[in-house]
Design a protein around this ligand. Structure first.
Ligand code: PA5
Length: 435
């Protein structure tokens, strides 16, 4: 197993005996997940999804991705929440930082629409789509979510004007429910290629279904390795509920203990800007799964060292309701050494010969010590490097821990009733029939 968890810098903040006393609660949450007897038990399809890998589906995804790669310079993912964050997280974590500016790229640049209602953003997008060949995936489990539906209406029209009805058809892929929703209906009428989001998998647990796999494959990444990593973590986490043997159980236990001591905000920290969207995915997973019934740990995210120059002050000395979970990547993919300078006018020769990673690593250690001294418990989740396998493990780790943690908190981690409130008001204000 590649993912490891270190709680040594959280221990001093935990009441004595608290790990032992929460273990039965974690075991009971694990049992509910495994036996399907907990709340939301009709949404447990993600648990065995990696090991039940369907080779035909994989072939279909890879075939479709190859076709899109030949056809398009740009691939537009239309979706919101769980329908785009997972794929974007993996693609951004594993792609070169300035991909869109590289003229020798082999795969389409993946961009996103329908995850906001900004007029400027979508107008700029239309301008861009005039200039590049493109294809789209419209992803919506319900098939009725307003933001992606509006973006799809705009882009479908643009595609049909640019390529004609037939040309547009071969550039649209719909990923949605097997039988319900407006998107399913449109796909049938128009004859789009479709992929199904299984009934028993909710949006934020869907990254390892075609929702995530197709965009990730179009980006040229290895979805088989991603799944292999997830399978490894599935095997580890499903088997046992002991915090000593199951890293997801340990993470769920520690964050619940900290929550009970008043640490109501968890900050996910990364030192790699390419993990910003992974943090966003994590925030959505934990925020929607746990924040309900007046309970829940507020999931926040920062990127260091960038945010040490903004949020660092608050974390060091502000309200003491925080704990940090650092997602640490041990090895970088590239090497860049700091050069010696004969004049040393900037006084940086003490760093000469070191790699940026060595400096980043000491920044991580120095920050950890400062924040722990400042009263912020620290959990450290490490992976050896950024690749498909390790991200597959990590994704499944976070999903499993989230479900365990939600049950331990006493909520249903698979529903999101609160998301409806803004929609009702917005529809009423916009005059939608029936609201
Ligand atoms: O996790 C969830 O269920 C949500 O975030 C959904 O993914 C999001 O609301 C989009 O829903 P849909 O895929 O139905 O358009």
């Amino acid at each position: 197993m590649q993912v490891s968890i270190d709680i040594s810098n959280a221990i001093s903040f935990l009441p004595e005996g608290s790990i032992e006393s929460i273990q039965p609660e974690i075991a009971s949450a694990h049992d509910k997940l495994m036996s399907g007897t907990g709340a939301g038990n009709d949404f447990l399809g993600w648990i065995r999804l990696p090991s039940q890998k369907d080779p035909e589906l994989f072939e279909k995804i890879n075939r479709s991705a190859t076709r899109i790669r030949r056809l398009a310079e740009v691939f537009v993912i239309i979706g919101i929440g769980g329908s785009y964050l997972g794929s974007r997280a993996v693609i951004e974590a594993l792609s070169p930082s300035f991909l869109s500016l590289l003229s020798d790229r082999k795969n389409p640049v993946v961009i996103y629409a329908g995850e906001n209602l900004s007029e400027d953003y979508h107008a700029d997008l239309m301008d861009l789509l005039n200039r590049y060949s493109y294809a789209v995936a419209i992803i919506s489990k319900s098939g009725t979510t307003t933001e992606p539906a509006v973006a799809f209406r705009l882009i479908k029209k643009h595609l049909e004007q640019k390529y004609g009805k037939r040309g547009a058809r071969e550039r649209i892929i719909a990923i949605t429910d097997a039988s319900k929703g407006a998107l399913k209906k449109i796909s049938g009428i128009e004859g789009y290629e479709t992929f199904v989001i299984p009934d028993d998998i909710g949006g934020r647990y869907s990254v390892l279904t075609p929702v995530g796999l197709l965009p990730i494959a179009v980006a040229g990444l290895d979805i088989t390795r991603l799944l292999e990593g997830a399978i490894e973590m599935e095997q580890v986490t499903r088997r046992k509920s002991d915090v000593d043997l199951n890293p997801a159980a340990l993470y769920a236990a520690i964050r619940n203990i900290l929550y009970r001591t008043g640490k109501t905000t968890e900050i996910m920290v990364t030192y790699q800007p390419q993990l910003v969207i992974l943090t966003e995915w994590w925030k959505q997973l934990y925020g929607e799964s746990e924040g309900k019934e007046g309970k829940g740990i507020f999931p926040a995210g920062v990127t260091f060292t960038t945010d040490l120059h903004s949020m660092g002050q608050f974390i060091q000395e502000g309200t003491r309701n925080l704990f940090e979970t650092v997602l640490s990547v041990k090895r970088s993919g590239r090497e860049l050494r700091i050069p010696t300078d004969a004049d040393n006018n900037d006084g940086l020769n003490f760093l000469a010969g070191k790699t940026l990673s060595e400096v980043n690593c000491q920044a991580e250690l120095g920050t950890l010590m400062a924040h722990v001294d400042g009263g912020v418990p620290n959990i450290r989740i490490s992976i050896p490097s950024l690749d498909e396998y390790n991200l597959g493990e990590l994704i499944y780790f976070y999903e499993f821990a989230c479900a365990l943690s939600g049950y331990t908190l006493g909520v249903n981690p698979f529903d999101q009733p609160g998301v409806e409130a803004y929609k009702r008001n917005m529809f009423a204000l916009l005059g939608k029939p029936g609201f």
